[in-house]
Design a protein around this ligand. Structure first.
Ligand SMILES: [Zn+2]
Length: 386
């Protein structure tokens, strides 16, 4: 495993993990990991997330429920060019399990009370699941103004304590932030906790192992976007270790109804200050079935810069897709035996965009199917299957 330091993404100020914001400039923190060798990027005898444990930041515990090492399948209607990565088959049915396995391990390392987060969705279920696996508590802050569905019932079943906060998501986010100083590890799955992004690095190694090559394009649904950045960081590891000669273009997908990153990207590549200003531009959030990526980033706009930076450095782009296209993509995937949440289906909708699906090469494109449809089956059957 890799030693690391924690520092500011903007000014380089160093912090001691666990830490959440730069004390000098309040920007998001990132981890700086020691380099890896080619051998470090190969599978070990470890289980779950720890199969590629040498790519991860060093923790002493290794909580696992068998997450990771998810299947990569060719898409029947995608020709030879498109594969899907089934993060939907992780233990709590979403990619968040990779991050929560790492977070729960770190919480044990630091003798913390448990995991705390602001969420009503996949992250809440995953945090509750892994806190239970680690024998630690889980506190979930949920805004009264949010649409709390059946996912919180699942979290409660794992023993999570759900606390209602008057207001909207940003109020729940602030409540989770306040708990950071009280012995809780904040695992709100924006970039709040810099550790979580690191758990996605092994996805890059899994993809290259399964494909035998680097894909040209990796399409990822993004709210704040730590999954996209984490996968990209994994590819930079493979390049640095000499295992591959290039990175794929990272393509982030948002729903048109809530697309702050796509809007900022569309404003042009004008540098950090201009992107930061674009992310602060007020905009109206419309209804979308893709709730898992409907994140307006209000109150933590600068976190979006980390995703924009990864996309730019990979030569990729961020696109937005409409509700009919998301619904149609969900229907097509279900028709191939793949029942996924609308946010995951958005990847396939993006692939219909000729700018995204430019390559006809075999194994050219991977769409990351982030979450299973079982937790949102009412949405899918009511709207998506019309
Ligand atoms: Zn700073």
């Amino acid at each position: 495993m890799r030693s690391f330091t924690t520092g500011c993404a903007r000014c380089g100020h160093v912090a001691a993990f666990p830490a959440y914001r730069c004390r000098a400039c309040a920007s998001p923190l990132v981890l700086d990991l020691a380099p890896v060798s080619a051998a470090d990027c190969r599978p070990t005898s470890g289980r779950g997330l720890w199969r590629y444990g040498r790519m991860l930041p060093r923790v002493r515990h290794s909580v696992t429920l068998g997450e990771g090492a998810t299947p990569l399948l060719p898409l029947r209607h995608g020709g030879a060019t498109t594969h899907v990565k089934l993060e939907s088959v992780n233990p709590s049915l979403s990619f968040k399990d990779r991050a929560m396995a790492l977070a729960a391990s770190a919480a044990l390392d630091h003798g913390m009370t448990g995991l705390v987060l602001a969420s009503t969705g996949n992250a809440a279920v995953s945090a509750a699941t892994y806190a239970a696996a680690a024998g630690r508590r889980c506190r979930i802050f949920c805004a009264t103004g949010s649409n709390a569905g059946s996912k919180l019932a699942t979290a409660r079943a794992h023993g999570a304590e759900v606390e209602l906060v008057a207001g909207h998501y940003s109020d729940a986010y602030a409540a989770a932030t306040r708990a950071e100083g009280e012995g809780w590890l904040n695992v709100t799955t924006t970039y709040r906790n810099p550790l979580l992004t690191e758990a996605y690095r092994p996805i890059a190694a899994e993809l290259v192992d399964d494909l035998g090559d680097v894909p040209d394009v990796v399409v990822v649904p993004v709210g704040a976007g730590p999954l996209l950045r984490g996968i990209w960081l994994g590819f930079t590891d493979l390049v640095a270790a000499g295992l591959t000669g290039r990175e794929p273009q990272m393509v982030g997908v948002q729903a048109e109804a809530c697309a702050p990153l796509a809007r900022a990207w569309g404003a042009g590549d004008r540098g950090r200050a201009e992107w930061a200003a674009a992310l602060r531009q007020p905009f109206e959030v419309g209804p979308t079935a893709a709730t898992a990526i409907a994140d307006a980033l209000r109150g933590y706009e600068d976190e979006g810069l980390l995703t924009l930076d990864a996309v730019r450095r990979s030569g990729g782009r961020i696109v937005a897709v409409g509700e009919p296209a998301i619904a149609e993509a969900g229907h097509r995937l279900a028709g191939e035996g793949l029942f996924v949440e609308p946010a995951a289906a958005a990847t396939l909708a993006a692939l219909r965009n000729p700018v995204v699906a430019g390559s006809e090469r075999a194994n050219a494109c991977v769409a990351v199917l982030t979450g299973h449809g079982a937790k949102e089956s009412s949405t899918l059957t009511a709207g998506g299957m019309a």
